[in-house]
Ligand binder design. Sequence first.
Ligand code: GLC
Length: 472
Amino acid sequence: MDKENDLEKEAWKYLNKSVVHFQGKPVGTVASLETGDEALNYDQCFTRDFAVSAMAFLMKKESEIVKNFLIQTLKMQSFKKQMDCFSPGMGLMPASFAIEEKDGKEMLLPDFGERAIARVAPVDSGFWWLIILRAYVKATGDISFAHQENFQKGIRLIIELYLTVKFEMLPTLLVPDGSYMIDRRLAVYGHPIDVQSLFVAALKSARELLLPGDGYLPVINERLGHLVYHIRTYYWLNMERINQVYRFHVEEFGEDIENKFNIYPASIPEWLQPWMPYEGGYFAGNLGPGRMDFRYFAQGNLYAIIASLADKKQIRAIVDLIDAKKEDLIGEMPLKIAFPSLKGREWEILTGFDQKNISWSYHNGGNWPFLLWILTVACVKAGRGEIANEAVHKAEKRLSKDGWTEYYDGPYARYVGKESRGLQIWTIAGYLVAKYILRDPALISLVSFDEDDTVLSCSQRIENIYGKDFNV
Ligand code: GLC
């Protein structure tokens, strides 16, 4: 077993420096240590960014900061039934929080998106909060922490928020553009795979954390069954499936039809046929009425492996695809967030001329080193740790030299991102988590979920009713 190297020591130095305190106790980490002068919020603690820090601290067996984060953010959760459209909905967890002083008193100031650029509300915060809570319980073995009344109430509020029926006829969650890691317009509205994978992981976390006999458990199981079946069946893309889509009939009405979402074959993009290997596959970026987004999104696909949203064959196929398309999907600095990028008129219309999201930059096909931790969990789970190992080695050559930058640009990620922050904390924490896991693969159990029978039996039941659409 190799020991902590100098790079890891440097990473820990910065991660420790990024810790923020409230009433003398560590409660979180800022997003970046290089916040600059502009009035941006990189000096705040983001829920999704802290999830990566939390994993690093838990793996180092420093759980105190994670515990305090969970206690304080729970207090910030929106708990009133709101009818006024400017207040966060009941159950929502903050996107980020700042610590400010007022009349000599320290205060925690949550942001639910009301101050964020473009006013985006975080759909993913509640999911990350549940994922962190479950990892904390797994790392410490202290389930009584989650069984406290206030935590049970918090979990139920999150479940209620996400499971309440609105205008949908699908098991997937309908989300606005920019409401998660990709927090700008990038045509990710609808039912993005990135969010659906987290939804599955969050529901499975809640199921483990609620007290036995809780009334929400059967509801969660039912939803999980439908959700998993729907995504495994209709989002899946491989050569065989693309062939089917290519030959789809359209405008079909009724129950027993093949093209349920009325996808027009002409919407299959030109890049897909030459790019798609015969071995391998992935979940489409989005699926909704008359729309299939064929782009590949890293977080959704990798988290689908982690959450066992993907079945065993699909897990293998996703990793095969990443391996076969290493240049595109890992590049010179892991890891591509979305592939391919939007260009030209498509970019103009779909991003609203967003200068930060130009082709192969930032969310629009940029590479994000923080994703290394998810890649590592997913590859180790799939029995292909060597892919993650190689990616981590590649990253090690540049991470410190490039100042632990937030993201990289270009089709192969040779440039440091145009507007990238330095000393970005989840870049640092993501690297550390990847190293911990490569040293001790058993650590993936903090975040990984096994294939489970409830979901399987529910999927089987649906399959028996509606028939199986295709083979993976
Ligand atoms: C950017 C990212 C977002 C992240 C934030 C802080 O806005 O898109 O996902 O949480 O920076 O790092």
